[in-house]
Ligand binder design. Sequence first.
Ligand SMILES: Cc1cc2nc3c(=O)[nH]c(=O)nc-3n(C[C@H](O)[C@H](O)[C@H](O)COP(=O)(O)O)c2cc1C
Length: 197
Amino acid sequence: MSRVVLISSSPTEGSKTEALLEFIARRLGQYGHRTEFLKLRHLPAEALLRAQTSNELISAARATVEGADAVVVGSPVYKASYTGLLKVFIDLLPMDVLRGMPVLPVLTGGSPAHVLALDFGLKPLLATLGASSIGRGRFVISKHILPATEATPPAIDESVERDVVDAIDQFDSELKAKERSCSHAEAGFTAIERNAS
Ligand SMILES: Cc1cc2nc3c(=O)[nH]c(=O)nc-3n(C[C@H](O)[C@H](O)[C@H](O)COP(=O)(O)O)c2cc1C
C-alpha cells in the first residue's frame, strides 16, 4: 500500500480540478492505496507569498509532500499555464523532494487550446523537484468533470473516462512496481544481516 498525496492547486471552492482529483483518489483507494489531500488554497496566503517556510502550516504541508510515496499534482490552466498558487508552493519545496516518487500530473482547462501546458509547463516544473518518473498525465476539459453530489461520487464524462482511468491504472502499476522493488530490497538487507550475524 502506497501513501499518495494529491495536491490541489485551484484557488476556487467547488473546484473542477479537485473533483477530478477526488475521482482519482477514489480509484486509487479501490486499488488499496492510502490517499491524502493537500489543498493549497487552505494554506496561509501571506506566508506562501513571503516564502515563510517556518510557518507551521507551510512546514506541515512540506512534510506531507516529503513523507509521500507518490504524488498526484492537479491544477487548472490559468492564462495558459498552471496556477500561481501551485508555483508559490513549489518554490517553497526542497530540491529533489520528488526524487524516486512516481508523479501523476493532471490539468483541467476550459478548452483544449492550452493542452500543451501539460508538457511545456507542469511537467518541467515538476522535473525541477527531482521527479524522474513523471507519468504522461492528462489534460481534462472542465465540462467533462462532474463534481460529486449528495447522492453521487465525482464522475468523468464517458467520452474521456476510459482515458483518465488508463492514466490512473498506469500510475497504480508504477506504485505496485515500486512497492515490489522496495520489499525486495528490504528482503535483501534482512538476508545480508542474517548472514552477517
Ligand atoms: C483566471 C482564469 C484563467 C483561465 N485561463 C484559462 C486558459 O488560459 N486556458 C484554458 O483552457 N482555460 C482557462 N481557464 C478556465 C479554467 O482552466 C477551467 O475552468 C478549469 O477547469 C477551472 O478549474 P477549477 O474549477 O479547479 O479552478 C481560466 C479560468 C480562470 C478563472
